[in-house]
Write a protein that binds this ligand. Sequence first.
Ligand SMILES: CC(C)(COP(=O)(O)OP(=O)(O)OC[C@H]1O[C@@H](n2cnc3c(N)ncnc32)[C@H](O)[C@@H]1OP(=O)(O)O)[C@@H](O)C(=O)NCCC(=O)NCCSC(=O)c1cc(O)c2ccccc2c1O
Length: 143
Amino acid sequence: MQTNHTFRLQHKIHFSRCDPAGIIFYPQYFILFNDLVESWIDAILPGGYQGLIGERRVGMPTVHIESEFRAISRFGEQVWLELEVARLGNRSITLAWRCVGMDDVVRMSAVQTIVTTSLETHTSIAIPEDLRAALERAAPASG
Ligand SMILES: CC(C)(COP(=O)(O)OP(=O)(O)OC[C@H]1O[C@@H](n2cnc3c(N)ncnc32)[C@H](O)[C@@H]1OP(=O)(O)O)[C@@H](O)C(=O)NCCC(=O)NCCSC(=O)c1cc(O)c2ccccc2c1O
């Protein structure tokens, strides 16, 4: 769902994401948000994430990430996973992530910078024009 430049999906915290205490194990958030980025690109770009990476061989590795874990998320709970474009550069995209409970409490937030690369050379490339256009439509006016 895309609302006011925020893309968000409801997600149930599965057993496989949790530690023996029954709470989400922190690296699992990175997997959840990678999946969210994939769903978001699928929603905004014709051909989607698989077309971009698998067919066009555009990489999107993470070069920087800062996270905060503010409250626990428990096995079986529903949460919102949200992202928005915080900055659109020439060869990099900065995303703001939030995991929010149904009680509106922010469980986790992060700022992630990804760089567009060639998966042939593993060097940075300009953000492809169609992806940039899609990101500009998805980004806040000031972003
Ligand atoms: C990714 C790199 C090849 C970039 O190299 P370099 O830094 O030399 O690039 P540029 O100088 O051209 O800068 C381009 C652009 O990036 C910004 N930037 C670079 N580093 C940082 C940083 N640390 N923090 C913030 N921003 C940074 C720079 O300012 C430029 O921005 P502009 O907007 O102004 O153009 C090289 O850094 C590299 O190879 N790094 C290692 C990446 C890595 O291994 N990450 C670990 C996880 S791997 C991963 O997550 C991942 C890998 C993939 O191959 C994927 C492929 C497809 C989809 C997802 C993938 C994925 O998730």
